[in-house]
Design a protein around this ligand. Structure first.
Ligand SMILES: [Zn+2]
Length: 407
């Protein structure tokens, strides 16, 4: 197998999580009677361009099923993040009624609806029917397509280029990162700006966030790797911000390579920080498996002890990272009896692999578990706040990453 960006042979395993089903393949009761598809979940690091990436093993259309259930608007933290981003970028770029904004993977319109409200023309690009329909219902125009060079060329032919191209938590999810980046170059107006947000590989490694690894997440990005991918496509990273979403993300600003604007000082600072964290040191990558195993073993030890002591354990948040953690740890409903999730589309289903039933959050009150393991640790504060009542019967919250915490 060769690097998806630079084509160098991939020789170095970064993390091996065994076999797992696609993290969004939630199961119905009927599905439990049938065999389940498992794929290897293994990451490599490219020794030449340092892009961390999944092993190629299947086509993306096998993973992104039609009833893909994630709706961005379910998380209030995420909605607030989108709103404040729109305010910031509108002021920074002076966007108005004569501007044109594209968001790739616009999901249910959670972000673009803010531009619609401000009278800034925009277009969402979103191949998932259910979320695209929700965006359209909220007044957000959507092209139901995958973004890449083909789509960008069609857009240009129709006389459109963007002043701003937004990609929040999509860049790491595209199988062909070079084609996606070429598409951004084509769709970007001269003088236009790209902003991409993605989980920062440096945070993943520092904070043991191995549960953010799943099949649909093809690349694990750093500023140095994005800089290389941009350069090849004729783009330049002209600024960067470190933001707290998803346990430590980067918001990268891009422009055409020949753009006159000067680079922000943060670009050199973050690159230096990456190098001092060992992101150009193979030995640092090769130590990561041990750290991941420590987190997994501590969680398992806690669950086994709780079980022996006759305590009941539930989980909160049937998110993709929860599926990775449950599957890597081999947890089944005997150790975690159910998981609550606010998304109605997941309720009544079962987590892939672990087969833990997904119930509505009100079941916490009904069933009064002794422990609630918060799987999406990045929104732990939000979960604790809205489920404070667990303490009424002496219940406690548990978070496994970056280290086991019971509180
Ligand atoms: Zn490479």
């Amino acid at each position: 197998m060769n690097c998806r960006h630079c084509s160098a042979p991939l020789e170095h395993v970064f993390l091996d999580l065994g076999f797992a089903p696609p993290s969004n393949a939630y199961l119905s009761a009927a599905d439990l009677q049938a065999p389940e598809k498992y794929f290897p979940l293994k990451l490599f690091v490219c020794g030449k361009c340092w892009l961390v990436q999944t092993e190629d093993y299947s086509r993306s259309d096998e993973l992104f099923t039609k009833d893909y259930a994630y709706f961005s608007s379910v998380s209030t933290t995420w909605l607030a993040h989108a709103r404040s981003y729109v305010e910031m970028i509108t002021a920074r770029l002076g966007l108005g009624s004569d501007s044109f904004v594209i968001e790739v993977a616009s999901n249910d319109g959670y972000l673009l609806k803010n531009f619609v409200a401000n009278g800034v023309p925009c277009l969402g690009v979103e191949p998932t029917d259910s979320t695209a329909a929700a965006a359209e219902a909220a007044g957000v125009p959507v092209a139901r397509e995958f973004f890449g060079q083909d789509f960008a060329e069609k857009l240009v032919k129709s006389g459109k280029q963007a002043d701003l191209i937004i990609g929040n938590n999509v860049y790491a999810h595209v199988p062909d990162i070079n084609d996606f980046t070429a598409g951004m170059k084509t769709a970007l107006k001269p003088g236009g700006t790209i902003t991409l947000e993605f989980p920062h590989l440096m945070s993943l490694m520092r904070l043991n966030q191995f549960d953010t690894v799943y099949h649909e997440h093809y690349s694990y990005l750093s500023l140095q790797s994005v800089k290389a991918v941009f350069a090849k496509a004729g783009l330049r990273v002209c600024d960067v911000e470190q933001i707290p979403t998803h346990g430590g993300s980067l918001r990268v600003y891009g422009c055409h390579a020949g753009d006159a604007r000067a680079d922000g000082v943060a670009v050199a600072r973050v690159l230096a920080e990456e190098i001092s964290s060992g992101l150009q040191d193979l030995a640092v990558y090769q130590r990561f498996q041990r750290e991941a195993d420590k987190v997994k073993n501590n969680l398992l030890a806690f669950l086994v002890e709780a079980n022996k002591a006759g305590k009941t354990v539930a989980a909160y948040g049937a998110a993709a990272k929860g599926n990775t953690l449950m599957n890597y740890a081999g947890v089944k409903p005997d150790l975690v009896s159910f998981v609550c999730d606010a998304a109605a589309s997941k309720q009544g289903k079962f987590m892939p692999g672990s087969h833990i039933p997904i119930l509505a959050p009100k079941e916490l009150r009904e069933r009064r578990p002794d422990y609630v393991v918060i799987l999406p640790w990045n929104i732990a504060d939000e979960v604790v706040k809205s489920n404070e009542f667990v303490r009424e019967w002496g219940g406690q919250f548990v978070v496994a990453v970056p280290a086991l915490r019971i509180f």
